[in-house]
Design a protein. Structure first.
Length: 289
């Protein structure tokens, strides 16, 4: 069965949300609609909709014009076994001593590595993205330099690959949280698949907004692989909930955005430890003074 996609962009989140709501009521109805911030520093938003029948071009164009969006680009996608495709494309990733792989590559785990199993169907956070690769590499470097973190949290955890990586280095329990309940379920499934049930606890929370997170603070190590705007918004809470001498590993930052993020954390009493580039993305390690 073919799938049709329709994408448009505009420069205002509220209007993007309003447009997305109207698209949900179209006939034929989409089976999925989303609004996403475009990660290129343009501060524009993309509205994407997925249909099993070709949507009405004229109606979409009228809605786009009424909300100040670009005209929708409609495409037909070929029938594809996406999990099989991802399995072919996602080869194992090495980040320091960490080896991130899917179950189809279980026979390739090298001796002496720290293996992290992430299924191909759960592609975000597999380690192939420069932000995840940067965070894992930073963790490996910190631990080799002598860091022993007893209280760790992964904020915006996605697949929980970062929290699991910390749990495989140190015996203390780790917290992993995400604002998206589907991500929390995915994270919990990954935790079980990696034999870390009871070691990594997955929570649904916005930022530090969960009683278990507040009770466990202050943290010796905080991961936050999200985006520039929420990283900056979280900076005051990071300052409050990171222990003196503790570290934060930050990513989801385009190179041109890094200075702004650094400034926000310097203002909260952090110092810059390292700044590394992985593809289009910057990973920052900062230490609480």
């Amino acid at each position: 069965m073919p799938t049709f996609t329709a994408f448009a962009t505009l420069d205002d989140r509220d209007r993007a949300d309003a447009l997305a709501e109207l698209i949900e009521d179209l006939d034929p109805a989409p089976y999925g609609v989303g609004v996403f911030e475009i990660e290129d520093g343009s501060e524009r938003w993309e509205i994407g909709a997925y249909f099993l029948e070709r949507p009405n071009d004229v109606v979409l164009d009228l809605l786009a014009a009424a909300h100040g969006a670009t005209a929708f680009v409609i495409s037909e996608l070929p029938e594809t076994d996406w999990v099989a495709h991802v399995r072919r494309e996602l080869t194992p990733v090495v980040a320091g001593r960490f080896f991130v792989y899917g179950s189809h590559d279980a026979d390739k785990v090298p001796a002496g590595s720290v293996p992290l199993l992430i299924e191909a169907a759960m592609a975000f956070g597999t380690g192939h993205h420069g932000t995840t690769l940067g965070c894992l590499s930073a963790l490996d470097r910190l631990e080799r330099a002598g860091l022993r973190a007893q209280r760790v949290v992964d904020i915006g955890c996605g697949t929980a690959v970062l929290g699991m990586a910390a749990a495989k280095l140190w015996p203390e329990p780790v917290l992993a949280s995400d604002i998206d309940p589907v991500a929390v379920e995915t994270a919990a499934a990954n935790v079980r698949a990696n034999g870390l049930a009871g070691r990594v606890t997955c929570l649904e929370a916005a930022g530090f907004g969960h009683p278990d997170l507040l009770a466990a603070a202050p943290f010796d190590l905080i991961f936050a692989n999200i985006l520039k705007a929420p990283l900056i918004a979280l900076a005051p809470d990071m300052g409050r909930h990171c222990a003196p001498g503790g570290h934060v590993i930050l990513s989801g930052i385009l190179h041109e955005q890094a200075d702004e993020v650094i400034a926000a954390y310097l203002a909260q009493g952090f110092t810059l430890v390292s700044r590394d580039a992985f593809g289009d993305w910057t990973t920052l390690v900062m230490k609480r003074s």
